[in-house]
Design a binder for this molecule. Structure first.
Ligand code: ADP
Ligand code: MG
Length: 552
C-alpha cells in the first residue's frame, strides 16, 4: 500500500470546506453523479471512435444507499482511472478547485452564497471517509483503491474489481447522517440530476402489494436522458412542449406558448422558455427558469443571468458556457453570461416577431396575455424595445389590433393638436370612461385601450422617444381641441358665455370643482352632449403616478 499527502498548501482544508459549504451540502451528490456521467460519456465517445470495444449499451450510473454501513455509493462503468490518473486527477487537479475556492473565500466571505461546486472534493462535506475504487478502460490496467479520511493524507492500493469503471464510496459522517435516507436522496437526485444524459438509477421501482410498498424488478431511473430542450424543434409537437412543462412544474398551470432556443454560434445555448398565463395584473406563478450546464442543474435563481423581464418566464436554459463551479455573484459578472443574456434577449424578440409574421391572428389572440411581458421587456431593455416595435400591438376600443406603424397612419391626419403633434387618445378603463370614449368616437377619433399597470410608464417612454406624439386620455381637456383635417369654421361659445355658464355646471357637478377637472363646452351645432367635464392630462397623470407609489 502506498500512502501520500495531497498537494495542498493549507494544512487542513476539510474543516473549512465543511463549514462554508454547509448551507449547500446537497450538491455533493450532483458533483459525484455528474462525474460518473462524464466518465461514462467519455468511454462512449472512445467506443464510437473504435478505441474501446466493451459493451456500453446498458451503461448507467447507480446510486446506492446502505444504511447499515452508513455509505452512499455512486458507481459507473465509465473510463475509470489508472493509479497515475488517480494521482493526477484526484490528488492534484481536483484539489486545485478547492484551493481556488479557498482563495475566493479569503477575499470575500459574502461571495460564498449560492452554488459552488468543488467537484469531487465536495464529497467531504458529508463524509468522514471517501473511497475511490476504480479500474481504467486501458489494456492491462489494474484496479486501485484510493482512500482518504478528510485529512491531507491518503492511501492508494491495488485491489480486485470486476469490470471497468469507478465506485465512489462515501462514508457519511455522524453529523450528516440525515443523508442516509431514501427520501432525501431521491429529492436531491430529482433536483439536480433529473435531466442528466446517462441513466441514473436509485433503487427499484416501487409497487403496491397488499397495502404495502414493495420493490419491483425494474430499476428506478431518476432521470429523463433526452429532455425536450435537447431535441430538434422540428421533432416536437405542441403536446410535447406541454408535457415537458409538466415535467418541470408538476403543479403548474398550462403555459400560453413557448420559445425553443437553439443557438450554436457564437456560443452553445439550448432551452425552452414558456410564457405563463398571468392571473391578474402582474401576478405570475412563481415557477422559475432553471439553468443547466450540459443537463446538470445549476440554479433556479437566475436574476442577473437572464434579462430581468425574462425572470417572469418559466422553462429551462442550458449552456456549457455557463460556468458551473462558481458563485452567483461571479456568474453575474461573467462576460460569457452577459453575452448569453443579450443573446437570449435577441432570440426571444426574434421568435415573437416570427410568431407575429407567421400567424398574426393567433398572435393577436394571445396579445392580451403576452403584452405585460413585452411591455416589461420594452421598459427594461432598450434593445428589446427596438426589436419589439416590430410586433408591439396597440388595441383600440373596437378590439382591433394595430402595429405602431399602422396606428400612426390611422390617426396621423385626423388627430393633431395645434402644435402639430399627433394625438393618441386612450382609455384606461372602457367602462368607467364609456361616455368619453363614445364622444371621441362620435367625433371620428380612434381610442386606444391602455389599461394595465405598465401603461403609464410605457406612455412616458413613447413620448420621450417620439416627440411628435402625445398620449392623451379620453377624458382629458385636449380632446375638445384637436384639429381635424376636415375642420370647418367652428362656432364656439365666446369667452364671456363660458364664464357665465361655468359656475352653473360646477354647482351641479361637484367633481368639476376638483383642480384637475375642467368644464368644457363643445362646439355649437355638434351632436352629442353639449358640455363635458374633462381633466387636465398632466395633472391627472401626476395624480395617478403618486397614487401608484402609494401616496395621495
Ligand atoms: P471536474 O469534474 O470539473 O473535472 P472534479 O473535481 O469533479 O472536477 O473531478 C476531478 C477529476 O477526477 C475529473 O476531471 C476526472 O478526471 C476524475 N474523476 C472524478 N470522478 C471520476 C469518475 N467517476 N470516473 C473517472 N474519472 C473521474
Ligand atoms: Mg466534476
Amino acid at each position: 500500500m502506498q500512502t501520500g499527502k495531497i498537494g495542498v498548501t493549507s494544512e487542513n482544508l476539510f474543516p473549512v470546506i465543511k463549514k462554508f459549504l454547509y448551507s449547500d451540502h446537497d450538491i455533493f451528490l450532483r458533483e459525484i453523479v455528474s462525474n460518473a456521467v462524464d466518465a461514462t460519456q467519455k468511454l462512449k465517445t472512445l467506443a464510437s471512435k473504435g478505441e474501446y470495444s466493451g459493451d456500453l449499451s446498458g451503461a448507467k450510473v447507480v446510486v446506492k444507499l446502505d444504511k447499515d454501513a452508513k455509505t452512499i455509493t455512486v458507481s459507473d462503468k465509465g473510463i475509470g482511472m489508472t493509479a497515475e490518473e488517480v494521482e493526477k486527477y484526484i490528488n492534484q487537479i481536483a484539489f486545485s478547485g478547492a484551493n481556488e475556492f479557498l482563495d475566493k473565500y479569503k477575499e470575500d466571505a459574502h461571495a460564498i452564497i449560492g452554488h459552488f461546486g468543488l467537484g469531487f472534493y465536495s464529497s467531504f462535506m458529508v463524509s468522514e471517509k471517501v473511497d475511490v475504487i476504480t479500474k481504467s478502460y486501458k489494456d492491462g490496467a489494474k484496479a486501485v483503491k484510493w482512500s482518504c479520511t478528510g485529512s491531507p493524507e491518503y492511501t492508494l492500493e491495488e485491489v480486485e474489481k470486476d469490470g471497468v469503471g469507478t465506485d465512489i464510496v462515501m462514508h457519511i459522517s455522524e453529523e450528516e447522517k440525515g443523508f442516509l435516507d431514501d427520501q432525501k436522496i431521491s429529492e436531491i437526485l430529482n433536483k439536480y440530476c433529473k435531466f442528466l444524459p446517462i441513466p441514473v438509477v436509485f433503487g427499484k421501482k416501487k409497487d403496491w402489494k397488499d397495502g404495502q410498498q414493495v420493490d419491483t424488478e425494474e430499476d428506478n431511473q431518476v432521470n429523463d436522458t433526452t429532455p425536450a430542450w435537447t431535441k430538434a424543434p422540428a421533432d416536437l409537437k405542441d403536446e410535447d412542449y406541454k408535457n415537458f412543462y409538466r415535467q418541470l412544474y408538476p403543479f403548474g398551470e398550462e403555459p400560453l406558448f413557448n420559445i425553443h432556443l437553439n443557438v450554436d454560434y457564437p456560443f452553445n445555448l439550448t432551452g425552452i422558455l414558456y410564457f405563463p398565463k398571468i392571473k391578474s395584473n402582474f401576478e405570475v406563478q412563481k415557477n422559475k427558469i432553471q439553468l443547466y450546464c450540459n443537463q446538470v442543474f445549476v440554479t433556479d435563481s437566475v436574476e442577473g443571468i437572464v434579462p430581468e423581464f425574462l425572470t417572469l418566464l418559466h422553462g429551462v436554459i442550458d449552456s456549457p458556457d455557463i460556468p458551473l463551479n462558481v458563485s452567483r455573484s461571479y456568474l453575474q459578472s461573467d462576460s460569457n453570461v452577459k453575452k448569453i443574456s443579450s443573446h437570449i434577449n435577441k432570440k426571444v424578440a426574434d421568435r415573437l416577431h416570427q410568431l407575429f409574421k407567421d400567424n398574426r391572428e393567433d398572435f393577436e389572440k394571445k396579445w392580451d396575455d403576452l403584452k405585460i411581458f413585452i411591455e416589461y421587456g420594452m421598459l427594461t431593455e432598450e434593445k428589446f424595445h427596438d426589436r419589439a416595435m416590430n410586433f408591439f400591438l396597440l388595441k383600440n376600443a373596437e378590439n382591433k389590433y394595430f402595429t405602431w406603424e399602422e396606428y400612426e397612419k390611422l390617426v396621423k391626419e385626423n388627430q393633431t393638436d395645434k402644435d402639430n403633434n399627433t394625438i393618441y387618445l386612450y382609455t384606461t378603463n372602457v367602462t368607467e370612461q364609456y361616455t368619453f370614449v363614445e364622444e371621441a368616437k362620435n367625433k371620428g377619433y380612434d381610442v386606444l385601450v391602455l389599461d394595465d399597470v405598465l401603461t403609464p410608464h410605457l406612455i412616458n417612454k413613447f413620448e420621450q422617444q417620439y416627440t411628435d406624439k402625445r398620449f392623451v386620455r379620453v377624458d382629458s381637456d385636449v380632446v375638445e381641441h384637436l384639429i381635424r383635417k376636415e375642420d370647418s369654421a367652428k362656432e364656439e361659445l365666446s369667452w364671456e358665455q363660458k364664464q357665465e355658464l361655468s359656475p352653473i355646471f360646477q354647482a351641479v357637478c361637484p367633481e368639476a370643482t376638483d383642480y384637475s377637472f375642467i368644464v368644457d363646452f363643445k362646439d355649437l351645432g355638434e351632436s352629442g352632449s353639449p358640455m363635458v367635464i374633462t381633466r387636465n392630462e398632466f395633472m391627472r397623470r401626476m395624480k395617478d403616478m403618486s397614487a401608484m407609489q402609494g401616496g395621495m
